[in-house]
Design a protein around this ligand. Structure first.
Ligand SMILES: NC(=O)c1ccc[n+]([C@@H]2O[C@H](COP(=O)([O-])OP(=O)(O)OC[C@H]3O[C@@H](n4cnc5c(N)ncnc54)[C@H](OP(=O)(O)O)[C@@H]3O)[C@@H](O)[C@H]2O)c1
Length: 248
């Protein structure tokens, strides 16, 4: 039986996904889900030792050590890439601070980690992405439901909509906005404080808990492979955007 469903993945030619941030947390979970779905995965991050370990755990997938905030390194790496289908950028590092007090140099560092890094990677990879492919950026619940000291975190969502318009119909562009997810991004906190934060945030959410990396990975695969989805920010946040602040 034949099908005209463009979402059908050809068994003969596995789609290729490059995951910048693939050595940890949501990026690693996305890599695992993509491998399970028979996509050919390449991992990118900075720490080569971590990359080697994770690449090994995923059955020996290729990897590259690149700092996405280093434009020269990104250009050299992208230049040597074979064509691929789906670019996913989970990598981020962000500094937070009060608007009135944060030095501009720190604000620039925040935008390097949360905006210019992903922007530069997408721009450098553009000519390598096959027609029908996709780009998936990452923002976070604090973009539109900010806590204190989080100004400027939402810029990538505007970029998602602008690029979806500019790059369509050749490439679709979407963004995942996770709520709080158990990953190494919180590894620097003392365990007690971290667990207390997960518990209290979880209790404030309609789903009663924080997320697991695999739950976000599932949304990344959907965004990358659904051929009628573009320009969207998907909130995968346990209901954080609608959470109740006052007690009932
Ligand atoms: N976890 C949450 O609760 C949460 C909530 C809202 C939004 N998010 C967003 O979701 C995304 C993924 O978060 P996560 O929790 O999975 O983070 P994570 O566990 O800390 O993983 C970050 C990954 O990005 C890589 N990376 C960081 N900076 C990089 C750079 N300059 N160049 C290349 N690679 C870099 C890291 O490896 P190296 O350090 O080796 O480079 C690592 O592989 C981020 O955009 C984050 O802001 C997360």
């Amino acid at each position: 039986m034949s099908s005209n469903n463009p979402n059908r993945v050809s068994a003969a030619k596995p789609q290729r996904m490059v995951i910048v941030g693939g050595s940890s947390g949501i990026g690693r979970a996305t890599a695992e889900a993509a491998v399970a779905a028979s996509l050919a995965v390449t991992l990118v991050a900075r720490d080569a030792r971590k990359l080697v370990r994770v690449a090994d755990e995923l059955g020996g997938v290729p990897w590259a050590s690149v700092d996405m905030t280093n434009a020269v390194a990104v250009a050299e790496w992208a230049e040597a890439l074979d064509p691929f289908d789906h670019l996913v950028i989970t990598a981020a590092s962000s500094s937070h601070g009060r608007f009135a007090e944060m030095p501009l140099s720190d604000v620039r560092r925040m935008f390097d980690g949360k905006f210019f890094g992903p922007y530069g990677v997408a721009q450098a990879c553009l000519s390598r992405i096959n027609t029908g492919g996709s780009i998936t950026f990452f923002s976070g619940v604090l973009s539109r439901r900010p806590g204190l000291n989080c100004s400027g975190l939402g810029a990538v969502e505007g970029l998602t909509r602008a690029l979806a318009l500019e790059l369509g119909p050749r490439i679709r562009v979407n963004c995942i906005s996770p709520g709080m997810v158990r990953t190494d991004v919180y590894a620097g906190m003392p365990e007690d404080a971290r667990e207390a934060m997960f518990r209290s945030t979880g209790e404030s959410l309609p789903l009663g808990r924080v997320g697991e990396p695999g739950e976000i990975a599932n949304a990344v695969l959907f965004a990358a492979t659904n051929t009628f989805l573009t320009g969207q920010v998907l909130d995968v946040d346990g209901g954080h955007m609608i959470r109740q602040y006052a007690t009932r």
